[in-house]
Design a binder for this molecule. Structure first.
Ligand SMILES: NC(=O)c1ccc[n+]([C@@H]2O[C@H](COP(=O)([O-])OP(=O)(O)OC[C@H]3O[C@@H](n4cnc5c(N)ncnc54)[C@H](OP(=O)(O)O)[C@@H]3O)[C@@H](O)[C@H]2O)c1
Length: 313
């Protein structure tokens, strides 16, 4: 399991403010001390004047943790936004800027999204940039995000021809977003690519915290959840039954389901309490029959969560 840090710097969707930083340092410390070795970030994470804040906080937290614990560093996977002005192989610059914010070289450099759906001619430049990042030694490994089965095969073949291994593909995958993930997982397995499951808690809907229209998060998530809380209720009930039998929480079971599907979930955590709970998702496994019961309950939910607009075929 890794930890997602999209919310660290995002005021608009996640209600971040800088007063949270001390607690986020504690979240980071706890996770690393409990063995978490992957943090996910992106150069576009952070809203307005806080652009790049997630990488900056990780840089600061890593330095502080390493100072206190004799140079222990986790791996950082960052994602380079496929902005239209990043048209040249000059994406090395984006990586150098991320490394500056992280105060360390980038471990896994990923294309945040493919441009195949809207600027197909930019796509090849993105692929070439991964070759350049890997061969110049700027990133220890390279990966992609929001690549569907077809596009994944194409970039894998291109990188292979250029002698570059494709380490990972990051996809929205949870009990509320299974269809695309299942198709992608088959290709990942065939090609030897790790599948990183983002939004494994369905943006918080699978934490069990939001169960009625009177108790929803502020902002855009509240609008999405308003339409979904009722139809997700039977799935949450099923999660609760499994959780009670196991002495776990709903969130822990939802994350463990992703682990049982042989993916690497990267749940977001905004507080020490959430991080502590989510860390309890590892070190045990749901049985096959528990997974089947959850699969069935998930299939009965009328709609999955909306896919990322950049998700390709
Ligand atoms: N590649 C991409 O395009 C992409 C897209 C999306 C996300 N990601 C990555 O995936 C990571 C995880 O996805 P996500 O943050 O979108 O969603 P998520 O992991 O499904 O949900 C995270 C949110 O759920 C709530 N939560 C977490 N643990 C909880 C707990 N134990 N109890 C109650 N509530 C809890 C928190 O929000 P509240 O407290 O506000 O409810 C938290 O911010 C991101 O941080 C990011 O690194 C990547």
């Amino acid at each position: 399991m890794g930890i997602g840090t999209w919310s660290w710097g995002n005021q608009l969707l996640w209600g971040y403010n800088e007063e949270m930083d001390d607690e986020l340092q504690q979240v980071f410390n706890l996770c690393v001390s409990k063995g978490i070795r992957l943090f996910d970030t992106g150069d576009s994470y952070g809203t307005g004047r806080l652009n790049g804040q997630s990488e900056k906080l990780l840089g600061k937290f890593m330095e502080e943790y390493a100072r206190q614990n004799g140079g222990v560093y986790p791996n950082i996977g960052t994602k380079f936004a496929s902005y239209p002005w990043r048209l040249t192989v000059g994406r090395n610059k984006a990586c150098d800027e991320s490394a500056e914010r992280l105060r360390r070289p980038v471990d896994i450099g990923q294309i945040h999204w493919s441009t195949a759906n809207y600027f197909p001619w930019q796509e090849r430049v993105l692929w070439e940039s991964l070759v350049s990042l890997y061969k110049s030694g700027r990133c220890r490994a390279v990966g992609v995000s929001n690549y569907g089965p077809q596009q994944l095969r194409k970039i894998h073949a291109f990188l292979q021809d250029n002698g570059v291994p494709l380490a990972s593909n990051q996809i929205q995958y949870s009990l509320l977003s299974r269809t695309v993930g299942e198709e992608v997982k088959e290709v990942c397995d065939e090609l030897g690519i790790a599948m990183i499951a983002y939004s494994p808690l369905g943006l918080g809907l699978l934490s069990g915290r939001y169960q009625s229209k009177d108790d929803l998060p502020k902002g855009p998530r509240g609008f999405v959840f308003r339409e979904r809380v009722e139809e997700v209720a039977p799935l949450l009930e099923c999660l609760r039954e499994v959780a009670d039998q196991r002495g776990k929480t709903i969130a822990q079971v939802a994350i463990n389901w992703c682990l049982c599907k042989d993916t690497i979930p990267i749940p977001g955590a905004k507080s020490l309490k959430q991080a502590e709970e989510n860390l309890g998702a590892v070190g045990w496994r749901l049985t096959m029959s528990e997974v089947e019961v959850l699969d069935l309950a998930a299939k009965r939910v009328p709609r999955e969560l909306v896919q990322n607009i950049f998700q390709t075929k």
